[in-house]
Write a protein of this length. Structure first.
Length: 348
C-alpha cells in the first residue's frame, strides 16, 4: 500500500480523490502533526477514514532502536522496507533541537574517512522516508521536551545525488501547513557534486549549503573523496560561487580534520586560497573514529586538541571565519561520519 507521508498537499488532493480537496489538505496537516493512523483524523467521517485506511498507509518506515548519549544526542535507527537508515537528534546548549537525516541507504561516494562510505550504496531514499525521519525525530524530541526547529541533511548518503526526492521532501517539510521548517533552517551538506549545486541554484529550493572540502589540495582530496576526480575543485568553487550569487547566502566549508594528514600549514594555505572570493565560514570537524578505516596503509587518527587549534589559528590568520563542530553523539556512534548499520550489511 502506498504511504502518504511523501506527498505534498496538492498531490494528496489528486491521490485521495474522490475525497473533497479540503479534506485531503486536512490529511496533509494531520500527517505533519504526527498522527499514526486514519482513526486519529477526527474531522473526517467514519466512512472516509475506513475507505482511506483500506487504500493507503500514512507511513512506510518504523522507529527502530534508539540510543541516547549522555550529551543529549539520540541516534535512531529507522527501519525501511528493505534496509535501515539512521537519523539523529542533536540538542544544543540552549536546548534547541536539530534533526540530522539521511538521504540515501549507504553512499556511493566512498570517502576514506566515513563509515557510511565504507558500506557501499544500497539505494536512494524516497521523499516520504526523509520526511518520516523528521517526524520520528520530532516525536523523540517531544518526549524529551526538545523542540526540533532545525534540519541538516548530513546523515547517510550524498543528498545531491538524490536531488529529485530531496526536493520533494523539502517542499513538504517547508510547507507551513506541513512540518513548517523554514528554508533558512535547513542545511544540505554535499561532498561537491557540481551539477547538483547548479541545479539547486537554478531550480531551488535555496536551502543553506555546506560543502565538505576537507582538503583543498587536489591530490589528497581526490584520494580521500573519490568523487573529486569528476568534480575538480576549480569547478566546485565556480559552482559554489554561482550558488552564492543566485541565493545571496553564505556558504559553509566543512573540513574533517584527520590527525597528521590534513592539518599542516600547506593545507591551511590551500584552504585559504580556495575560500578566497567566496563568502564562507569554515567548520572544522575533528575526525570521529570509525574502527578499521585505513588510508594509505595507516590507521586514521583523531587530531589532538592542539593540532586542531593550530590549524584553526592558521586559517584565522588568513582572515577566514572558523567554527568548530561540537563532538556530539560519539558515545552512541551518532556523530558525523559514524552512521551505518553495524555489521554484515543492511539489516533484514
Ligand atoms: N554526503 C554528504 C553529507 C553527509 S556526511 C557530505 O559528505 O557532505 C556529513 C559530514 O560528515 C561531511 O562533512 C563529512 O565530511 C563528515 N564526516 C564523514 N565522516 C566523518 C568522520 N568519521 N568524522 C567526522 N566527520 C565525518
Ligand atoms: Fe558519502 Fe558524505 Fe560519507 Fe563521503 S562523507 S561517504 S559523501 S556520506
Amino acid at each position: 500500500m502506498r504511504a502518504l507521508s511523501g506527498y505534498s498537499a496538492e498531490e494528496l488532493v489528486r491521490i485521495l480523490a474522490p475525497l473533497p480537496p479540503y479534506k485531503a489538505r486536512e490529511v496533509f496537516k494531520w500527517i505533519a502533526r504526527g498522527v499514526r493512523d486514519f482513526e486519529g483524523m477526527t474531522n473526517l467521517g467514519k466512512q472516509e477514514r475506513e475507505d482511506l485506511s483500506r487504500r493507503f498507509t500514512l507511513r512506510s518506515t518504523g522507529r527502530d532502536s534508539a540510543l541516547a548519549d549522555r550529551d543529549g544526542t539520540v541516534k535512531l535507527r529507522v527501519s525501511l522496507r528493505d534496509a535501515a537508515a539512521e537519523a539523529v537528534l542533536l540538542r544544543d546548549k540552549e536546548g534547541r533541537g536539530t534533526a540530522c537525516i539521511s538521504s540515501q541507504a549507504g553512499c556511493p561516494v566512498g570517502c576514506a574517512f566515513c563509515k557510511t562510505g565504507s558500506l557501499g550504496f544500497l539505494r536512494n531514499l524516497e521523499a516520504g522516508e526523509m520526511v518520516e525521519q523528521v517526524l520520528h525525530i520530532r516525536e523523540i524530541g517531544a518526549e524529551q521536551g526538545t523542540e526540533v526547529s532545525h534540519l541538516v541533511v548530513m546523515g547517510m548518503g550524498e543528498p545531491l545525488l538524490n536531488l529529485g526526492e530531496l526536493r520533494r521532501a523539502a517542499e513538504i517539510i517547508m510547507d507551513p501547513q506541513g512540518l513548517g521548517v523554514s528554508r533558512r533552517r535547513i542545511t544540505v551538506s554535499t561532498s561537491g557534486i557540481c551539477a547538483g549545486i547548479r541545479e539547486l541554484a537554478d531550480s531551488g529550493p535555496h536551502l543553506r549549503l555546506a560543502f565538505s572540502l576537507t582538503s583543498a589540495r587536489e591530490e589528497l582530496r581526490n584520494a580521500l573523496v573519490p568523487i573529486g576526480r569528476d568534480n575538480p575543485l576549480k569547478q566546485v568553487k565556480e559552482a559554489l560561487g554561482y550558488y552564492q550569487q543566485t541565493t545571496g547566502q553564505r556558504i559553509t566549508l566543512e573540513a574533517v580534520l584527520l590527525g597528521g594528514l590534513n592539518t599542516g600549514a600547506e593545507e591551511a594555505a590551500a584552504m585559504r586560497d580556495f575560500a578566497r572570493g567566496l563568502d564562507a565560514v569554515v567548520n572544522l570537524i575533528p575526525w570521529n573514529p570509525v574502527e578499521g578505516l585505513r588510508f594509505r596503509g595507516r590507521a586514521l587518527r583523531e587530531p589532538s586538541g592542539a593540532e586542531t587549534e593550530a590549524f584553526a589559528g592558521l586559517l584565522r590568520q588568513g582572515g577566514l571565519a572558523v567554527t568548530r563542530r561540537f563532538r556530539r553523539g560519539r558515545g552512541v556512534s551518532g556523530a558525523c561520519g559514524q552512521l551505518g548499520w553495524t555489521s554484515g550489511g543492511p539489516p533484514r
